[in-house]
Design a protein around this ligand. Structure first.
Ligand SMILES: [Zn+2]
Length: 346
């Protein structure tokens, strides 16, 4: 068993902070084809991998729902299997949709396409060891109704009407009876595996290389970084598009990255701020050509010809009629404007 810990502290269930007397365990599976732990557990601790959709369950209502479990079993970024504890064991979880929430620890096995026996056998074995560990910890008998799956809970009237895990286990010659027998065997061997010391669900240090009000400008900066071989991402926080590189649990690693960026000419600083991902630029910033739509920056002062640019012409979108040397002729106002004073919007 590879047991690690990352509490979902932003989840409303975690924040509710209710305690239970642990009497049983309910086995769930996710019902979606995604074996990666990072889909559900985050942020990245260096092992999980980065979830670019940021849709893991460490948020108030994952997928818009009030739900939370005590653990997930699935794949780390390197493809190996691990168990992540996501709530304290005696915390009241929101997994069963019924009374079992008051008595049972609930954990999810990340489903894949349900047909791969290799993945199934690995997560089944991990779940057996994990349940043996919990049975020992809380003196739980690996018997009905104390060690059950969600669909068994539904039949017992203590859980909502879901089919997990009996839509999956039988495809690989297993069921909850074999599962309970395997947990009992493991317990009899007295080899409930030791717990791997878990890294704290700590602050992540990110290196920020610019904050922009326009996404196009953030994309341009991200492209420059990519061209130099940096892996970047853009987040939205405080109304700005922020370009960041890396997320490190050790501040020293972020500092090393900041030094490297500075030596490559990028101004940057270290932040612990995480935002909503704004997505990566799929296309390079639009180039300036005849027909491009542009805006005159609010910081612009004079036309290429030297006259003052009145404020009322700024902020509107214009069409490039002609491209000159460091300047463009804008059709609607029949004026030449320096390219440094415009931004391309389309
Ligand atoms: Zn379930």
């Amino acid at each position: 068993m590879n047991l690690r810990k990352l509490f979902l502290t932003n989840n409303e269930c975690y924040k509710a902070g209710q305690k239970i007397k642990v009497q049983g365990i309910m086995v769930h599976s996710t019902g979606a084809n995604n074996p990666n732990l990072r889909r559900y557990v985050g942020p990245d601790d260096g092992l999980l991998g980065h979830n670019s959709y940021n849709n893991h369950w460490n948020q108030p209502r994952p997928d818009g729902q009030q739900k939370c479990v005590h653990a997930f079993i699935g794949k780390l970024a390197d493809g190996s299997i691990a168990t992540y504890q996501t709530l304290p064991w005696d915390h009241r979880g929101w997994h069963a949709g019924g009374k079992a929430n008051d008595t049972h620890i609930g954990f999810e096995i990340c489903e894949d396409g349900l047909t791969d026996p290799v993945y199934f056998n690995k997560v089944y074995q991990e779940a057996v060891e994990f349940c043996a560990y919990l049975c020992k910890l809380y003196n739980i008998k690996p018997e009905k109704p104390w060690l059950i799956c969600h669909s068994e809970g539904a039949k017992l009237g203590i859980a909502s009407n879901h089919g997990d895990v009996m839509h999956w286990f039988p495809k690989h010659g297993k069921n909850m009876d074999t599962f309970r027998a395997d947990v009992a065997k493991k317990l009899a061997q007295g080899t409930a595996a030791p717990v791997t010391p878990a890294p704290k669900p700590s602050t992540l240090y990110r290196v920020q290389v610019g904050a922009y009000s326009q996404k196009a400008n953030a994309d341009a900066q991200a492209s420059k970084l990519k061209a130099k071989g940096y892996d970047t991402y853009i987040i939205m926080a405080g109304g700005l598009f922020k370009v960041q590189v890396g997320a490190y649990s050790q501040r020293a690693n972020a500092e090393a990255m900041a030094r490297k960026l500075k030596s490559d000419g990028f101004d940057c600083f270290i932040t612990t701020e995480a935002g909503t991902p704004a997505g990566q630029a799929q296309d390079p910033a639009p180039t300036l050509k005849v027909g491009s739509k542009v805006k005159i920056k609010s910081t612009a002062t004079k036309y290429s010809t030297g006259q003052t640019i009145p404020n009322w012409v700024k902020g509107n979108t214009y069409t490039v009629q002609q491209v000159g040397n460091g300047k463009v002729l804008l059709k609607e106002i029949v004026s030449w404007v320096n390219t440094s004073d415009i931004e391309v919007v389309g």
